[in-house]
Each structure stands twice: as C-alpha cells, then as structure tokens.
Design a protein around this ligand. Structure first.
Ligand code: GAL
Length: 417
C-alpha cells in the first residue's frame, strides 16, 4: 500500500517539479560512519524575500515555488545509501555520485560508510529503516552477512537495490553492477594478448595471482573470468604458477587490503624467486591489491625485467603507476554511470513502472539486462543491470579524461575530479 501511494505521489510530484523547474536540491542528511560527521543540507529556508509591496506577488510566487520544490523532494521519497568503506578509493566516488544524483532528482538521502565492518553496516541500514526510507541502495561488505536487516526491510516492504556487490538474500529486488566475469576476462585476455601466449611455442612465463575478498560476491567472478581466459595456457605449461597457489581461497585477499596483498607477495617472492627465478606476470583482481603487489615487487624482486601487473578501478595511485610503467593495465568501471543507472531504476521501482530491458533505453548508457547470471539464493534469479567495463593502459588514458571524471596534470598524471 505504502509504495503504491508513494508511486502516485511521485507521479504527481514529478509533474509538479516540471512546473517549478528540475534539479531542486531536496533536503538531505549525510552521515559517514567512518568519519562520524553528520551534515544536513536543507534548501527549504534558503529563500528569503525582501521585496517592496509592488513585488509582493513575485515574492509570494517565489515562496510557493520553493514550497512546491520541497514537496517534490518529500514526495520523491527518502533513499538510504549504504556504502562499505571510505578506505577503498572507488566507494567514495560511488557514494558521492549516488548522493548527488538522487538529491538532484528531488530525493532526500541518507548516505553512510561502514568502515568495512559488517556489524556497522547492519546498524547503519537498521537506522535507515528507522528513518522510514522508501528504498535502500546497498554495496555489501559481506554479501552473506545482511540477512537480519534485509529480512527487516522485506517485512517493512522496503525495496532493495543491491549495488555493485550482490547481497545473498531474496529481499533484493534488483542488482546493479558491471559484468564482473567480463572484468576478469578482460584482465586474463590482456595477459594472453600482451604476451602473445597463443604463439609462445616452448616459452614459459612465470605468473602469480592475487584475488579479492572472499566475503565479496564479486571476487570469484573476477578470478574465474581471468583464470578461464588463461586456463588453456596454464594447462599447456606456457603459464607457470611457480608458488603453486592457484585456487581462489589460496590467493584471496581479505577486505581487498593493500597491506595484506603486499605481505603475501613478499612471502612468495622470498620463497620462490630469491634464487633468480624470473617473474613475468602478476594477475591482480583490483587496484588496491595491485598497489600492494607492485610495492612488494619494487622492494623485494631482484629481477631486472618489467612485470606485467593487472588491476581494476582506476584508482589514482595505480593510474600514476600505469604512467610510470609500474602497473600495466586497469579495468575501468564508470561508477558515475552506475549511479545514473541506479537512479533510473529506483525511480521506476518507486513509480511502480514495469522493469525490464526496455528501461535501458532511458539510461543513455551501455548496459545489459540479465535475468540468468546472478542468484540471491539457490535457484532464485536476481534481475540485474550490468554495465560495461573497459581496459585502460598508458596508451588510452585520455579516455578517462574524456569522461569528465579525471583531469590530466602537466606531469601526465591523472587525478579524479
Ligand atoms: C569490488 C568492486 C571492485 C573492487 C573491490 C574493491 O566488489 O566491484 O571495484 O575494487 O570491490 O572495493
């Protein structure tokens, strides 16, 4: 009942907002658990009128417009945005883009970062439910640890968009992410193409692997995409994993932590490469782990050759390493576009619109509607909107600048805007 009423309100409000002009910045509360600061923006009292009598009507009109805009924001509903942490660069951008998109569309928002602590994230989401949000957008720290609060959301009839990382609970309505298996495939295929493994003949390349957080539902998809692209070369002996650490559990990195990746890489280098064995490739699932691996190679690898290192996310430090030739590639995911898709989906959900592949036409963004690849529980398919990742190397950094989300300095290094 609540959502149907909201759907009707939203439709009326959307018409009202057209009358008073788009982009009203609805009131919002942003709370970052990491930095424990709360900031509330509210434009309802921004307008003051000092008009003389002869313009009193204009002032009255202005006041009416402001009230209508506030009503639109209120009718737009309240959105809870739960991000995992601020210690991994990309989530700061995801949170900012989502908050910006929803506020510009007239919603009130509650944005939290849970410091990579699952209990904190449960608490943050419970607080959002207590604040009577109309929809939840959640990037899970641990996709299997949110059942309590997801069940509470279901009981309160609050829809959930699982953002970027799939939450393993059937209360999830939709999943918005990138094609995670393709992210890994791009990394694996980049290695195969760069080394021309197809034509390697008897040459053997020594490789190591660093995967992501086992609690992150994405991590096995990245790992499997890359290893599947390279399996034939591993089987043929063209790619040799000298440490013998090939299974996901053996190469996973808790919380994608740079220091954990660094320490494991140092152990491998001292155990298997101190005798002069050449290291040719290190397959890393993302940039935070690639940063640790690069640091280990710089400090602990005695070889003189350049090691091919993969990554994901386009973190600033890694883009610098790509310019400097320390890292070879990253897989870029435009999380600003991910926020735009999430907003369009949320608006359709709250308006009670039909949600299928046709919604993609409204995004203006390359995206697939997938109803088969992801399950929240065994056999329970989760309809997903999957955006398209891209390979970035030192040769196409301009593509990042062209998104408008990065600036290239005179030194050739990129910084996120
Ligand atoms: C994954 C995400 C990646 C990766 C990692 C670190 O779930 O899809 O972009 O960087 O988390 O946050």
């Amino acid at each position: 009942m609540k959502r149907k009423l909201l759907g009707a309100l939203l439709s009326v409000a959307m018409v009202a907002s057209l009358l008073v002009g788009c982009g009203s910045d609805g009131g919002s509360t942003t709370t970052t658990a990491d930095s424990a600061t709360t900031e509330t923006n509210d434009n309802a009292d921004a307008a003051t009128d000092t008009a003389a009598d002869d313009s009193a009507d204009t002032a009255a009109d202005t006041e009416a417009d402001t009230d209508a805009a506030a009503d639109t924001a209120a009718a737009g509903g309240k959105i809870g945005i739960s991000m995992p942490t601020q210690s991994l660069e990309r989530w700061n951008r995801d949170g900012a883009y989502l908050d910006e998109q929803f506020k510009a569309a007239g919603f009130e928002t509650i944005l939290t970062y849970s410091d990579n602590k699952s209990e904190q994230q449960v608490n943050d989401i419970q607080n959002m439910l207590a604040e009577d949000v109309d929809l939840l957008i959640i990037a899970a720290i641990d996709g299997g640890a949110l059942n309590t609060v997801l069940n509470e959301a279901a009981e309160a009839d609050i829809p959930v968009i699982s953002y970027d990382r799939l939450i393993l609970n059937d209360a999830v309505s939709y999943y918005v992410s990138f094609d995670n298996y393709t992210v890994g495939q791009l990394q694996g295929q980049f290695i195969a193409d760069t080394l021309d493994l197809e034509n390697a003949g008897d040459k053997v390349y020594n490789m190591e692997i660093t995967a992501g957080d086992p609690a992150d539902n994405n991590a096995p998809y990245f790992y499997n995409g890359a290893v599947d692209a390279l399996q034939q070369y591993i089987d043929a002996g063209t790619l040799n994993i000298v440490s013998g650490q090939t299974e996901f559990d053996a190469v996973a990195t808790e919380q994608w932590n740079t220091d954990v990746a660094l320490e494991r890489a140092q152990n491998i280098l001292s155990s298997y490469y101190a005798d002069g064995t050449q290291l040719d490739v290190w397959l890393c699932s993302n940039d935070s782990t690639a940063l640790g691996v690069s640091q280990a190679i710089t400090s602990d690898y005695a070889g003189s050759n350049s090691v091919l290192i993969t990554g994901q996310d386009g973190d600033e430090a890694n883009l610098k390493n790509i310019v400097d030739g320390v890292q070879t590639m990253t897989v870029y995911k435009n999380v600003s576009n991910e926020a735009i898709v999430t907003l369009s989906l949320a608006q359709a959900m709250l308006a009670g619109s039909t949600i299928d592949a046709s919604l993609i036409d409204s995004f203006g963004i390359d995206c697939a509607y997938d109803t088969e690849s992801y399950e929240t529980t065994e056999g329970h398919k989760c309809p997903s909107f999957l955006l398209v990742p891209n390979v970035i190397t030192k040769d196409n950094l301009q593509e990042l600048v062209d998104t408008g989300l990065y600036t290239m300095g005179d030194d050739g290094y990129l910084s996120a805007n």
